[in-house]
Design a binder for this molecule. Structure first.
Ligand SMILES: [Zn+2]
Length: 250
């Protein structure tokens, strides 16, 4: 049951029929891992903290650079040079002291994935590194943990949910079988509009809340956002039976 304080604090989402008190309890019981505490990870972490997630793990090995401030909205000028996860944890805790926040001050490798993934209900990929993206996808399949991927570059963003608990679900590797075809450019080389990250991060946070509260989530749907034309496009993708990562070994 929720305390009176919790009922008040989360009243605006509890009054939604698709969330209700049951949904709020589910959020409180949830363990969530956010990989990457940059332009996507910042707003995702803030929205999930504000929504009352029980335990949030945040992973990033970087320090805050002056060029991050244009889009990484949890950080300010005094934070330059400090560890992203430490500063983010402090800011998040100021928003909601009930949330249990654990920091992982390094970028995930195989070993860390194997240690942390089985502890959580969902993983949000907020990285901008293609190698890490493939690793996270592969480890989510191995450990059967739902994955919410977000990416953005320039004025464009993309979002995809992979749910290995569903045998029909395509994975990131089904979509981009080799890293040559995957979007390798990052915001260091191409640039990025801050608000585009907010839109994709908002989508990712929404998917996480829906997933954790047992609402319908859409797998096999690649959502693309074009910030210049204001248009969303949805592409239906398919699981590739011969996918090296999620396919059935023959
Ligand atoms: Zn696959």
């Amino acid at each position: 049951m929720l305390t009176q304080q919790e009922q008040l604090r989360y009243s605006r989402q509890i009054m939604l029929k698709k969330i209700g008190e049951q949904g709020q309890v589910a959020l409180r019981n949830a363990n969530v891992l956010i990989v990457g505490m940059g332009g996507l990870g910042n707003p995702v972490a803030l929205y999930l903290t504000a929504a009352g997630i029980g335990k949030l793990l945040i992973a990033d090995g970087d320090q805050i650079d002056i060029s991050n401030l244009q889009r990484q909205v949890l950080f300010n000028e005094n934070d330059v040079g400090d560890n992203k996860v430490d500063v983010a944890a402090e800011k998040l805790q100021q928003n909601n002291s009930d949330v249990n926040i654990e920091v992982i001050d390094e970028m995930l490798d195989e070993e860390l994935c194997d240690y942390y993934f089985p502890q959580v209900d969902v993983i949000l990929d907020c990285t901008d590194n293609i190698t890490t993206r493939y690793l996270i996808n592969q480890k989510c399949i191995e450990h059967s943990i739902p994955l919410i991927i977000g990416a953005a570059i320039g004025f464009d963003g993309q979002q995809l949910v992979v749910d290995p608990r569903n045998p029909e679900s395509a994975c990131y590797h089904c979509l981009f079988p080799s890293s040559e075809k995957a979007p390798v450019n990052n915001c260091q080389t191409i640039g990025i509009m801050g608000p585009v990250l907010a839109i994709i991060a908002g989508m990712q946070s929404l998917q996480a809340i829906k997933l954790l509260t047992n609402n319908t989530i859409h797998i096999n749907q690649l959502n693309l956002f074009d910030g210049l034309s204001n248009q969303w496009q949805q592409f239906n993708i398919k699981k590739q039976p011969n996918c090296e990562v999620c396919g059935t070994p023959s």
